[in-house]
Design a protein. Sequence first.
Length: 259
Amino acid sequence: MQHRPFPRFRALAGLAAAVLALAGCSASGSSDQAASEPITISAAASLQSAFEQISEEFTAEHPEVQIASISYDGSSTLATQIFEGANVDVFASADERNMLEVTEAGFGHEPVIFASNTMVIAVPQDNPADIDSLEDLAEATTVLCAQQVPCGAASRQLLQAQGVEVTPASEEQNVTAVLQKVAAGEADAGLVYATDVLTDENVAAIVPEGADEVVNTYPIATLGENPDAQAFVDFVISERGQEILAEHGFGTGAEQANG
């Protein structure tokens, strides 16, 4: 004789099926949520103005992607933070050396060059020390980036190429700090990126001899496995991303590829 399940068992079976279905939906939701995990970005200090605009336009174009934070500092400082376990999905460096250290340590995927920059002498708007050339920096109160920072390495390369010796009044950990000291009148001059002086009306720029021979190239790479991180990198190297960088004074990745 064939036994039919009691109604109670049938009800329990239906309840179990509903629970399993709900669990499946929950798992699917968790998967979708993981795929949309907010991205964190570490970018060289000189990129701040450009990246603020890039991030704004990126999120408008990709409303499903949330940028949790963008940290700006010297590239060597950011690289150290990555080595120490900082949660970073995208790293944009002001030089290839720091990026190479990060990728060779296994933290990043293949980087791409997206921008370039050159050095200028920044002076207070009224230029009280009458700075006119690199040679004038030897006798002036001059602020430089620390040597391990990309702007510091480029500054020393520029000075050495022109045979100028400078004893800096201070060595800063990022280019923003150099610019701030010049703008506040705490220094007669400082060497910064050409893009930096465009964002501060309190300083003026002097393009020194040989500046076009010292070019910093900027690589960007994804770190980890957040799928939305690549979308941000793709926007940076897109036509619109490159337009924004050019508007902020950067040379573009396309120029580097062709140059």
